[in-house]
Write a protein that binds this ligand. Structure first.
Ligand code: SF4
Length: 131
């Protein structure tokens, strides 16, 4: 559903592309790094735009104001879940929340991004966008 709306916007006007914003926790763990890589890959596939979670956490108006008009997808590494909480604290509703450890991907302190795990997160997020 979200995916279809995004595609419709892109068909109508390129300026409107990025109706969906991906915000990754980008934490210091394998799952944190997978969150960022998955968001990058989703953006490269044209499913939406990668957006600056740090800017929202820093209360930068120029980041918060445009985010208010978009559909926000939080991709978190684990159930803490920092990206979703930052958006909650900024008063920004989350349209879709993906938590990577919910996919039975174990959190470790290693920073390597497992390509197969990343692909699962990308696919799970796309599934959520279609729902
Ligand atoms: S959601 Fe988990 S992995 Fe991501 S920054 Fe927070 S504690 Fe780290």
């Amino acid at each position: 559903m979200l995916e279809e709306e995004n595609e419709r916007k892109e068909e109508g006007c390129l300026c409107a592309s990025g109706d969906i914003l991906f915000l990754a926790c980008a934490g210091g763990s394998n799952v944190g790094q997978i969150s960022n890589q998955a968001a990058v890959e989703l953006a490269k596939e044209g499913k939406g735009r990668l957006f600056c979670l740090a800017g929202i956490g820093a209360h930068i108006d120029a980041m918060i104001l445009p985010a208010k008009e978009r559909k926000l997808v939080a991709i978190d590494g684990c159930p803490v879940p920092c990206a979703k909480k930052i958006l909650d604290h900024a008063g920004l509703p989350v349209a879709l929340s993906v938590v990577i450890t919910d996919l039975d991907i174990e959190k470790t302190p290693m920073l390597e991004v497992d390509a197969a795990d990343c692909k699962r997160v990308v696919e799970k997020t796309k599934e959520g966008l279609r729902a």
